[in-house]
Structure formats: C-alpha cells, structure tokens
Write a protein that binds this ligand. Structure first.
Ligand SMILES: [Fe+2]
Length: 315
C-alpha cells in the first residue's frame, strides 16, 4: 500500500488506489477547517463550564455520556455540518453530482479507562465492511483538536488483503438499527452489544498512526483494518469521520476485495448526494439488498427510529 500526501490525482484514480489499500492524507482545506470549528464550538458549548480537554478529570463518566448523547446527534443533524462536507468534498476534487456521503459523526476517546463504551465506544480492530458497509466505501477521518501518536487512530495495513477469522457472519445492519443503536448511551461501563470482532489473535504491532493537523483529513478504504488507539495521553481525542461512495463504483460493484466479510444487510440507503442530499437511486441500492432489510423496515418505521439519530454507534 502507498501513502499519498496532498497528491494531485483525479478522484477516479484516487478511488482505484484506495481500493488497493492506499491512504490519502489531505492538508487542511477551508471547509474542513470550518467543519472542525463548528465541532469545537459545539463541544465547548456542551461541556461548558468544563474545559473539553479536562472532561475526564472534572465530571463523572455518566454525566459525560449524557452530554455526549445530546451533542453527537446534534452535530450530525446540524445543517452546517452537511454544508461544510459538501465544500470539503468539492475542495478534494470529488464530483458532487456523483459522490454520496453519509452524515458526519463526532468520536471521542478519553485517557485511561474513562468512558470506553456505548456513546464513546473504543473500537476494537475491525473493517467497516464487517458492519455491512460496501466495498466501494471510503472513510474520511479528521481530528477536531490536535492529536498525537498516543490518542489517534491506527490502521493495520498488513491485514488489508489477509483474511481474519471474525464475527461478521452474525451482523446485520438493519437488525442493528432496530436492536442496538438506541441504547448506545446506556453502555457507560461496559458494552454488551454484539459486534463483529476478530476471532483469532492479531499482530497489531507495528501499526500505522497518521497524525495530522486540525482541518487535515485522511482517506482509507472501508476494507482497511483499523482501531481506536488506547488513549495513553493526558488529553481526550475528539475527531470527525464520515464515509463516501461514488455512483459509478456502486453501479459497477467495484471496490476493495472482500477477503473475510460475511455480514448481511447494507448501509447503502444512508448515503446522500453531494449536490442535493438525495439518496442513491433505488436501483443502485437494490444491487446491495439481500432481503434482510424487509425483515426490519417495519420495526424501524413502527419505532420511529431515525437512521441518522445515533450514528456514532457505527464503526
Ligand atoms: Fe471503522
């Protein structure tokens, strides 16, 4: 795999490289900085008078979880967050009329043992494709405040094309929406939700930790194995991530190779077009549906679950 830094490359060629496991690092852009600033303001408002960098020292984890469970969906639904992503994608050379994105999430990773589950879930090594993401999905990750090697995110590139025994066969995205998402904030001390995890010992050292400035971002394939770095620093990590797919790749069913994912269902209904926020065409979504969506759609409607309500519960 290769790491491209601010490389002038067409989006189509970039996607082809992403599907081979490569990573693209982008320097801060105008809209990415605005997105981070919006997140900083919302985080400061939510925790005031507590300094967001001292949360773990000054308030109990239960209180922090309650604050995050209001803050995170508020950010997802803020009209400006979508607008800034639109701008950010355009600045990164994506064709907005063919690029679809999923709503952005704020993630948190606190030092030590403080709040590691539920609303601030510390992700074990996983591929998003174990969680019903398509193989043409690109993940975008960006820090909201400065990060360092002790509180960032890790990628495990040597597993990109190496199968791992894992629990994805038990995961269905539609089932997850009904059964687990709404309870994210209740899992303060431990997380009992069943998630696809590696079922064999992994060699996670060495890993790859990309440390970029606020407003910077890096892109990697949903098939790349990645994890939350155990936060051994003194500061919490706040970050934003979101996903994109390109219509041509969705229709062609192109993307990274599937080496070990056995989940069912699809996240394909969640992406919205870069221009007008409309969903993917029904015939495109249908290519990825396996019938399991029908089993749970009624329950989602009956329970009034907003698919975007608590997206931080996803990988
Ligand atoms: Fe993930």
């Amino acid at each position: 795999m290769n790491i491209y830094v601010d490389c002038r490359i067409k989006d189509e060629a970039r996607r082809a490289e992403l599907y081979r496991g490569s990573i693209f690092l982008l320097s801060p852009s105008t809209n990415a900085l605005k997105l981070c600033q919006l997140a900083q303001e919302m985080i400061a408002d939510a925790f005031r008078p507590v300094d967001p960098m001292k949360v773990h020292e000054q308030i109990p984890p239960e209180q922090c979880a309650a604050i995050l469970s209001e803050l995170k969906p508020k950010f997802i639904h803020h009209p400006l967050s979508k607008q800034y992503i639109q701008g950010m994608l355009a600045e990164a050379g994506c064709d907005l009329s063919h690029t679809y994105f999923d709503v952005p999430r704020i993630r948190t990773a606190f030092p030590g043992d403080y709040l590691k589950s539920g609303i601030a879930y510390a992700f074990h090594p996983h591929r998003d494709t174990w969680y019903s993401a398509p193989f043409c999905q690109t993940n975008w990750w960006m820090p909201i405040y400065d990060v360092n090697r002790e509180n960032c995110m890790a990628i495990h590139p040597h597993y990109f094309d190496r199968p791992i025994k894992n629990g994805s066969r038990h995961y269905n995205y539609h089932k997850w929406n009904v059964e687990s998402r709404l309870t994210a904030a209740q899992h303060v001390k431990s997380d009992t939700r069943v998630q696809p995890k590696p079922e064999e010992p992994l060699i996670l050292d060495p890993d790859l930790r990309l440390v970029c400035n606020v407003g910077g971002a890096y892109l990697f394939s949903a098939a790349n194995l990645h994890s939350t770095v155990p936060n051994t620093s003194v500061a919490p990590r706040y970050s934003i991530d979101f996903r994109t797919v390109h219509l041509a790749d969705v229709l062609n069913r192109s993307g990274a190779p599937n080496v070990d994912s056995e989940c069912t269902g699809t996240t394909m209904s969640d992406y919205i077009r870069g221009t007008d926020f409309s969903p993917l065409p029904a015939e495109a979504i249908a290519l990825y549906q396996d019938g399991t969506e029908l089993l749970y759609t009624k329950a989602v409607t009956r329970m009034g679950i907003d698919r975007h309500w608590s997206k931080e519960a996803e990988p």
